[in-house]
Write a protein that binds this ligand. Structure first.
Ligand code: GDP
Length: 443
């Protein structure tokens, strides 16, 4: 899962501080040594790591932190704040032209996920009430035009193409005219890539830029390539001038170094991240939410947004309340699981729940349709009182439940353990959030 190693190590380093009533400078230094190792292990560039650790240190060993009532939590808060800053502070939005159409040019190396991202972005904008025109400017890879057409058909969105014998500059210009005539308020240009950055590619992209003057040039880079992704971004920005970056395949990159370094190294914000191959697997990039996920505090907001896009409004509201509620019972647990199943891959969703991202125990429940059926069967075999009052679950009852659900007592025990851990984590999360919010309001 995303940020797996990093999240685990960072949380490990900070956990030691969190419980302490008194934190010394030496404790902070020791924790930061581990933070530094964790970041380097996640493939964050050395320069960025150094800067990061030194700004955390400067703030964290201040008196108002060490002598506060909850020094450990305050250090975590400093790390959180600095992570947010590192990734750009807040969500960077797309530029929208005052006079439509807004022209968005997507550039990047071959295989980075450009064509897929054009489709994802079109779907995203369409959901917001826009009328995007997908435009096939990649005339070198014949399959690219076809690929875009297929995606457009799938999404029921128009694709503008002129085959592969016309220059990309002319296609781009014609697409903007077409959009003007047909009321498309967004033109998304899928440009050609190359295996490596070369002059021919850059010249072509500069020509398109000069001709259609896009409002937004987005670079698509593959997160799996780690620091290479950052180097590619630096090179494109120097030559072309970028407005933002789309980081793809973050679903497959357990390290996440690129997400942490791109902004710091290039100055360009990450605007979106790709979280899968399907056309709905694009998320606006929110530094606060990402920092929260990395520190195991969950990303309830993104989860709620997904819920709102997927299930009806009443369900979403109910789910929001359940998620925010620290003490929840087996009925809530079951409902959450059933609802969440509709939302997408389970490991991604678990990563958004407070404290659940890196729980080994949850990987057993994680969820494998068959496993899911077992969980469901076990909970349904409990009486209503047992579901609301898990302390009632003594041995004889467990035996009965295992029999009733066609599982074993061990499976029942595992589920209870997972449930208890989840509940504990949610409680911790709420307390921590509370402490932070209190501090944020005062400051
Ligand atoms: P292009 O050459 O830059 O246009 O790249 P494509 O759009 O053809 O994508 C290359 C491959 O990456 C395809 O197999 C895509 O399905 C895959 N891909 C793109 N974005 C993502 C993503 O966010 N996650 C995952 N897992 N795969 C992706």
């Amino acid at each position: 899962a995303m940020f797996e190693g990093l999240a685990e190590k960072l949380q490990g380093a900070l956990r030691k501080l969190r419980g302490k009533g008194k934190v010394t400078e030496a404790d902070v230094t020791e924790a930061l040594r581990e933070v530094r190792m964790a970041l380097l292990g996640a493939d964050v560039s050395l320069k960025v790591v150094k800067q990061f650790v030194s700004s955390v240190k400067e703030r964290a060993i201040g008196q108002d932190v060490l002598e506060s009532l909850t020094p450990g939590q305050q250090v975590v808060k400093v790390v959180y704040d600095e992570l947010v800053q590192l990734m750009g502070g807040s969500n960077a939005k797309l530029t929208v032209a005052s006079k439509p159409p807004t022209v968005i040019m997507l550039v990047g190396l071959q295989g980075a996920g450009k064509t897929t991202t054009v489709a994802k972005l079109a779907a995203f904008l369409h959901k917001q009430g826009r009328r995007p025109l997908l435009t096939a400017c990649d005339v070198y890879r014949p399959a690219a035009v076809k690929q875009l057409q297929v995606l457009g058909t799938q999404l029921d969105l128009p694709v503008f193409s002129m085959g592969t014998d016309i220059s990309p500059v002319d296609i781009a210009r014609a697409a903007v005219e077409h959009a003007n005539r047909h009321g498309n308020d967004m033109v998304l240009l899928d440009t050609a890539g190359r295996l490596h950055i070369n002059e021919e590619l850059m010249t072509e992209l500069e020509d398109i830029k000069k001709t259609v003057q896009p409002h937004e040039i987005l670079l698509v880079v593959d997160a799996m390539t780690g620091q290479d992704a950052v180097n590619v971004a630096e090179a494109f920005h120097a030559q072309l001038g970028l407005d933002g970056v789309v980081l793809t395949k973050l679903d497959g990159d357990a390290r996440g170094g690129a997400a942490l370094s791109v902004k710091a190294v290039t100055g360009c914000p990450i605007k979106f991240v790709g979280m899968g191959e399907k056309t709905d697997a694009l998320e606006p990039f929110h530094p606060e939410r990402m920092a929260s996920r990395i520190l195991g505090m969950g990303d309830v907001l993104t989860l709620i947004e997904k819920a709102q896009a997927t299930i009806d409004a009443n369900m979403a509201r109910e789910m929001e309340q359940k998620l925010r509620k620290a003490d929840f019972n087996f009925e809530d647990f079951l409902m959450q699981m059933q609802q969440m199943r509709k939302l997408g891959p389970m490991d991604q969703l678990l990563g958004m729940l407070p404290g659940m991202g890196n729980m080994k125990a949850l990987k057993d429940v994680q969820v494998d349709e068959k496993e899911m059926k077992h969980v469901e069967a076990i909970i349904l075999s409990m009486t209503v009182e047992e579901r609301r009052n898990p302390q009632l679950l003594k041995d004889s009852r467990k035996k009965r439940i295992a029999r009733g659900s066609g599982t074993s007592v061990q499976q029942v025990n595992n589920l209870i353990k997972t449930f208890e851990q989840t509940r504990k984590m949610m409680k911790q999360f709420t307390e921590m959030r509370g402490a932070m919010m209190g501090k944020a309001k005062k400051g």
